[in-house]
Write a protein that binds this ligand. Sequence first.
Ligand SMILES: [Mg+2]
Length: 368
Amino acid sequence: MRITRLETFGNAFVCFVRATAEGGVTGWGQLSTYHADLTAEVFHRQVAPHALGTDALDFEDTLRRIYEREHKFPGSYLRRAMAGLDTALWDLRGKVEGKPVVSLLGGSPGRLRAYASSMKRDITPEDEAARLCRLRDEKGFTAFKWRVGAECGRDVDEWPGRTEAVIPVVAKALGEGVDKLVDGNSGFSPARAIAVGRMLEDHGIGHFEEPCPYWEVDQTAEVRAALSIDVAGGEQDCEFSSWRLMIEHGAVDILQPDVMYMGGIHRTLEVCRMGAAAGLPITPHAANLSLVTMCTMHLLKAIPNAGKYLELSIEGPDYYPWQEGLFRGAPYDVSDGCVTVPDAPGWGVEINPDWLARASHRVSEGRG
Ligand SMILES: [Mg+2]
């Protein structure tokens, strides 16, 4: 079954992909978010031409060939574009076989524990504690992540003293019996990260994410060696060579590939296998409620070394106005702290036709 048509529907923030194969069967996927209009250009120029006419169901090697054909362009944009092809073809195969993607991957649909993930730093410790406690009481979340330091902050906080305040205030408000995680977003030097890490240890926080600039693997390894709690990272990395380096240097306890930054499910599975071989769990990065989180849900219910929970963004229209109205229904509804991986074929979600009607549409079609 050959791929005959590849379309994008998007804007500058998010862009869906529709793959069509012989006989008219279709599947829906997504390019990675942000600068998605640029990624769509890469998709139609550097991905679609190599994919049209290839097998729509057996496509892992097609992804490798795209990389070989475009080997002058390693790095993020090609991977972000390839994610659209990969995720659309997984959906298409699910629809052909009448199975959810999770079943194609060897797992089963059903409930999945999520952690409530804050994306904000411009929020006071008291306000952050209040909204996380509300989510604990209303949705039953049993795990939470909040932010410390500043993004690539070079040891300078969002405002003076915020890190020292937000760690104890939120940890104490959430109380016992929940998992507590923080994210440094590449904000600290090793010395400052280790000092912050000691505070985290003292306040029952078990997961310290991206403490140092993520590209400085040895800095992260130094922090991991000094602390008893888990150090996590990898969300930005999309090349296998980076993952190999991270694992060989003992930089982290938990690997956090992002399905869309990685270039789709097939390439993320390879990172999961690398993690399994090194005895490391996978807690993927999924920072918004576009398709990335649904793809991550299917993945987590299928891999043997899945981490303890799904990352689920708690941010709404004030932070992510562009994620409103992407899907029909409420695919990310939470009850008792869990989401549900649907049992419908493919990803099991329907993209909102009204949203698609407003999107910029582009087509690549097969020759002959
Ligand atoms: Mg992070």
